[in-house]
Write a protein of this length. Structure first.
Length: 402
């Protein structure tokens, strides 16, 4: 603490300086004038050490404080480095389970008797696309009636997850307080949404609240990222589903059909396995629309879709190509032939017509192509051939109605 070399400076007697200042002021009040460039010289003495007015003990105390602050700064530096590593670890988490694993690893340097993270009910549940849209418009600022204690470390040992009544604050609060004396609660929020709270036992004399705050802020960010990733996946899946599915029937659309049947068709070509393709067309859709309205037209379209789904095999791909046109295709075997599929479809429609109470009949014309494909024929050519056979069936249907 006795630094070398001593600081050298000029020192003046403060009492003498004050006396001379007042003497000059007295002369001015008496009317005496001084030149504009007047300089009044006061003798000074060279001073070593304490020239600022500090005493020895004060300097020692200040140096001790500086030393203490340097230690705190070093500790904070290492703590922030740990937080950066924790953030990097949690950023890689693909789901909530990995987030919690990362938090458990990151608490290894916290020596507190109790560490808990309590999350509001339903926060970690899977969400439907409609729920995501609805929740994005809502502000969830309160706690749910029940909470989930998802992480709980007691005397260094991690306990199982438990749910409890929110009014209890913690399921075993009295027991914990008897053991540790003091608990510190940190609210967990993601933007305006209440997520839950973190609880940590503290020593009131040595607790570093700033560190705990930074730690649990990192936890909030990890929960936010995990929730956001899950929602993004749901949104992407919803968009992908809409991209390849018909919204009315739930069947594949034309795009989805080609994406899904391509591999099965190629496999049949490679392995020289039989392949079937049915072109299905709803009979009389225009008459139903014009006579009973488009709502009934949609019912007729959906009925054909349900008939195809109920009749098709596990490996069959059903699609609505547009309007009243449908396609069913897939590998064919002795137990899953195209002819058998046609019989099942007509049987389904007959049962519907007998029980629906509708003033119209739902029926379909079906063209079937069954073959062992090779490189000389394309899927589009098979569809074209099935369409032609379907149209021939439709001509027969109209002749029978005349």
């Amino acid at each position: 603490l006795n630094h070398q070399p001593h600081i050298a400076t000029a020192g003046r007697d403060i009492t003498e300086v004050t006396r001379q200042v007042f003497d000059i002021l007295k002369q001015l009040f008496a009317g005496k004038t001084f030149p504009d460039n007047y300089i009044h010289k006061i003798d000074a003495n060279l001073q070593l050490y304490g020239s600022c007015g500090c005493k020895g003990d004060t300097v020692k105390n200040q140096n001790a404080l500086v030393h203490s602050l340097c230690l705190w700064q070093a500790e904070m530096k290492y703590f922030m480095m740990d937080q950066i590593r924790m953030s990097a670890l949690l950023t890689k988490a693909a789901n909530f389970a990995e987030v919690f694993d990362g938090i458990m690893q990151s608490t290894s340097k916290l020596n507190n008797k109790y560490i808990m993270i309590c999350i509001v009910d339903n926060f970690m549940d899977e969400e439907e696309f409609s729920d995501i849209v609805e929740n994005s418009m809502a502000q969830h600022t309160g706690y749910s009636s029940r909470m989930n204690r998802v992480l709980y470390r007691k005397h260094g040992v991690w306990q199982g997850m438990i749910d409890y009544n929110t009014n209890d604050l913690l399921p075993d609060l009295d027991e914990i307080l008897d053991d540790c004396g003091s608990l510190c609660f940190f609210p967990l929020h993601i933007h305006a949404q209440t997520v839950g709270y973190a609880v940590i036992s503290i020593d009131e004399d040595t607790a570093d609240i700033i560190r705990y705050y930074e730690f649990f802020l990192n936890v909030c960010n990890a929960l936010d990222m995990s929730k956001t990733q899950r929602r993004q996946q749901t949104i992407i899946q919803n968009l992908e589903n809409k991209y390849v599915h018909d919204p009315l029937t739930g069947l594949f659309n034309r795009r989805g059909f080609y994406m899904n049947i391509k591999s099965d068709f190629e496999k049949c070509v490679e392995e020289q396995q039989k392949f079937k393709l049915l072109s299905v067309d709803l009979n009389g859709l225009k008459v139903i629309n014009d006579t009973y309205g488009h709502a009934d037209g949609d019912i007729a379209i959906s009925t054909i879709a349900k008939a195809l789904q109920a009749s098709g095999g596990m490996n069959d791909c059903c699609a609505r190509f547009g309007g009243d046109e449908f396609i069913v295709a897939g590998p064919e075997n002795d137990n899953d032939t195209g002819e058998l599929l046609i019989e099942k479809v007509h049987r389904y429609l007959d049962e519907f017509n007998a029980s629906s109470g509708k003033p119209y009949q739902v029926d379909a014309s079906i063209g079937l192509v069954s073959l062992i494909p090779d490189r000389s024929i394309s899927l589009e050519e098979i569809i074209k051939e099935a369409d032609e056979r379907m149209y021939r069936e439709k001509v027969k249907y109209h002749k029978q109605r005349q």
